[in-house]
Each structure stands twice: as C-alpha cells, then as structure tokens.
Design a protein around this ligand. Structure first.
Ligand SMILES: Cc1cc2nc3c(=O)[nH]c(=O)nc-3n(C[C@H](O)[C@H](O)[C@H](O)COP(=O)(O)OP(=O)(O)OC[C@H]3O[C@@H](n4cnc5c(N)ncnc54)[C@H](O)[C@@H]3O)c2cc1C
Length: 412
C-alpha cells in the first residue's frame, strides 16, 4: 500500500526538519515554498543553538524596563508607531504574560523543547554533508559592568533554577576569554554546552538539498488555501494548481497567520522584526558566540562576524528601519575597537511570536493539518525538535513529554 502523502508548507528550519523526519519514517513528502529554501527568518538569524534561551521577553521586570525600552534612543527595542492600532490587541495579551508565575511556566514549557537542541541538530544532520555547519560552543553574555549584569538578575535566577549556572568572569579575565573585546566590557557570564550554526541560510538550503537527494520533492509554489472533505484535508491549493495530500504541515513562520485564517483560526501571531549586520572578512573573530546582553547575538561564521538581534514591533509591511542597524554598529565600534572588515551586509527578518511566547505544535482538531510555527527568538534552536515532534505525531509515536502547552487549539 502506498504510504500517505504529506505536504509541508514552508522551507525554513521548521519545514526542512519536519520534511526530513517524515521522509525517514517512510512517508511520501512534498516540501513547498513560494521562494528558495531558507530565505525567511531562517536565513539571517544569529545562528545560536540557544539551549539557554528559556526565559521569555515577558518577565515581571519588563514593566520596570518598559519606559527606558520605549524612550531611550539606545534601546534595542523599538516600535513602528503607525502600526500601533493593529498591534494593540496582540501587545495587550503579550504583556499580560509579564508576571512571575507566567514567566516560570513558560520556562518550564520551553525546557523540554530546548534542552537537547544541539543533539537534535546533530540527529538531523549527522551522516550527511550538512553536519559540517553544526558547531559545539559556549555562549557568553557580555556586560559593561556588574551593575549591568545585575539588571538581568531575574532572568539569571530563572536560568539557575533550571540548571543553567554561568561562570562569571570580570575585569582582565573578560579579554583573556575573548581577546576581540575592548576595555568597555568588564563583566561576562559564560555558559558551557551550547552550539551554533556556521551559516544558517546555507544550512537550511543544504538540508533541503539532502531531503531531495533522499527522494523528497521540493516544489516552488505559493500555498493559498486548503481543500477539505468532511473536515479532513484532501488537497492544497496553490498558484501552481492543486496538490492532493493525506496530511499537511504548516511551517510558514510569520506567514502561517494568513494560512490559519483560511481555516477560520485567528492566531495571535506578530512579527518581532530583527536585524543583522555581517562584517565580512573580519580581521578578528570571537572564539565562541557572545550576546551583547539583551540586544543581539555576536557569532563567528567562517571569516565573517554576524551581529543579529534587536526587536522592533511593526508588522511585516513596513520596510527596514535605520535605528536598529545603527545601534548594532555603534555597539560593535565600542566593544570591538580593533575590528577591521572588508564589507557589510544588512538584513531584516521576522520572528514569528505568539502572545504566550510558545510555538504551535500539533494537529488542528482532527483535520490532518498540523502546525510547527511561532518559534519567536528560538526557531533555529528548536526547529529540528519541533519538526521531529510533528513527524512523530503523524507517525503515531507517543511522546514522553507533555506537549499540551504547544497545542494549536489553545487560541481557538
Ligand atoms: C535577527 C534575528 C536573529 C535571530 N537569532 C536566532 C538565533 O540565534 N537562534 C534561534 O534559535 N533563533 C533565532 N531567530 C529566530 C529564528 O530565525 C526563527 O524563529 C526561525 O528561523 C523561524 O523558522 P521557520 O521555519 O518557522 O520560518 P521561516 O524561516 O521564516 O520560513 C518560513 C518559510 O515559509 C515560506 N512561506 C510562507 N508563506 C508561504 C506560502 N503561503 N506558501 C509557500 N511558502 C510559504 C517562506 O517563503 C519561508 O521560506 C532570530 C530571528 C531574527 C529575525
């Protein structure tokens, strides 16, 4: 008997991971994207396999920091004010999660998704040429001073509670650990046992090529709607015609929201717009990735230094702003005074963020349509595991973890 046919919609890290695991379980899989694989948020992120990133943006300290986040011109957070009327309902729900109880709950929900992320990337790629892009590393949060570090005390307390205990370096120890750093940075919190991807866009592209090499089909098409019979998916409608299927998986990042609308579901998903600046052929590179605390990641990628992060709320229609890029460049000048480079690449992308900071992983009712999107700041980290979870669900494998926090029905 022919194995069921499954269409995965969106070839970012979540889509390629889902497609590969389904293929390994013996399904006929079509991976669709309206463009080239790996060119959405998965292209330009900081490349961090951020097992430590369990603490959401919405902690109770957000209330104290909010005025400075909004008004300080050096803040890594910004708003497109013209988008405010459309943003308010999402923002109100998002901010309602900034309590101690909810932040702790989010940490506990995210732990099983993130804690073995490096191993999940290795399980996805090992034995393939793509494995070369996965690197074990430490991560260092860099601060100007102990006082700055203490501003983050709440988040560090939550991390410590789940076993993420940093080694603290101060003064000259900081530059000994990372000689790229100038004297402006005097305090560092280092976590072992993390990882990073040496070129996220290329990684996803090659994972897609591996999937095709193993017999999968990649089709460039824009998915427009779902055809159902008795509530169950029977085909996908695209600008290239209809494609029959037994199951579909929506892994379309921020663009999953309009697809969910086609199913009558209003998912509270907004874009946290983020930026990167790549310093090409950098004269010096950090030994391991770092975080300019609370602002952006700093990742060595081959000969290049990628600085990626900041948060701007403003939907997906406005073009890029200058301020986040200026902020990144100004930090880099200050923190890495000896850095020289041969050129710069700038980029903006959309983190798909739900009001509760948790992705949607699971089946929508009994429709045969599954979801793996909404991974906010941690999609590169957790994409391989989310894809594997969905593939396991479709294959009828029972999970040892309680996955109810990710249930796509929670917003219905
Ligand atoms: C500046 C920045 C830094 C970041 N740093 C990190 C980091 O260090 N670590 C980390 O873990 N995460 C990081 N992230 C977050 C991470 O990049 C995202 O969470 C992740 O890439 C989301 O992956 P995805 O597969 O869900 O979506 P995407 O990569 O956006 O892929 C979605 C795909 O769906 C396709 N698509 C959309 N609609 C349709 C349609 N109708 N039909 C067909 N195809 C469609 C798109 O073309 C796209 O290719 C960062 C994000 C940003 C912006």
């Amino acid at each position: 008997m022919a194995r069921p046919k499954i269409i995965v919609i969106g070839a970012g890290i979540c889509g390629v991971s889902t497609a590969i695991w389904l293929q390994r379980y013996g399904y006929q899989v079509i991976l669709m994207d309206r463009g080239e694989p790996g060119m959405g948020a998965s292209y330009g992120n900081a490349g961090l396999i951020a097992q430590w990133a369990v603490v959401p943006m919405t902690t109770p300290t957000l209330w104290r920091k909010l005025p400075s986040l909004l008004l300080n011109s050096k803040s890594s957070f910004s708003l497109k004010w013209g988008y405010m009327p459309r943003l308010v309902p999402w923002l109100a729900k998002f901010l309602s999660h900034a309590t101690d109880a909810k932040a702790r709950q989010t940490v506990s929900d995210l732990m099983p998704l993130l804690s073995d992320a490096v191993d999940q990337h290795k399980a996805l790629s090992s034995g393939t040429p793509v494995a070369q892009w996965v690197e074990d590393s430490k991560i260092s949060y860099v601060y100007r001073s102990q006082e700055d570090f203490e501003q983050d005390a709440y988040s560090w307390a939550l991390r410590r509670d789940v076993g993420l205990v940093p080694t603290i370096l101060t003064g000259t120890q900081v530059a000994e650990e990372e000689p790229i750093l100038g004297p402006a940075m005097q305090y560092m919190a280092v976590l072992e046992g993390q990882g990073h991807i040496l070129n996220p866009g290329q990684y996803v592209k090659e994972l897609c090529a591996y999937f095709v090499h193993e017999g999968g089909k990649f089709i460039q098409a824009t998915v427009q709607d779902f055809k159902r019979s008795n509530g169950k998916i029977i085909a996908i409608q695209t600008d290239q015609g209809d494609f029959d299927c037994d199951n579909a998986v929506v892994t379309s990042g921020i663009w999953s929201k309009p697809l969910m609308k086609r199913l009558g579901l209003s998912v509270p998903l907004e874009a946290e717009r983020g930026y990167h600046v790549v310093y090409k052929n950098a004269s010096i590179l950090p030994k391991n990735p770092m975080l300019a605390a609370g602002k952006f990641g700093i990742t060595p990628m081959g000969n290049n230094l990628r600085c990626a992060g900041t948060v701007e709320l403003g939907g997906i229609e406005y073009g890029p702003s200058r301020r986040p890029v200026r902020l990144i460049k100004s930090f880099v000048q200050d923190a890495f005074p000896k850095l020289e480079y041969e050129g710069i690449e700038e980029w903006m992308g959309f983190r798909p963020t739900t009001t509760d900071s948790l992705p949607l992983i699971g089946q929508i009712a009994q429709s045969g349509i599954y979801t793996a999107f909404g991974h906010q700041h941690i999609g590169l980290t957790s994409g391989p595991k989310s894809g594997r979870i969905v593939a396991n669900m479709i294959d009828g494998k029972v999970s040892n973890n309680d996955l109810s926090a990710f249930d796509p029905a929670r917003f219905m």
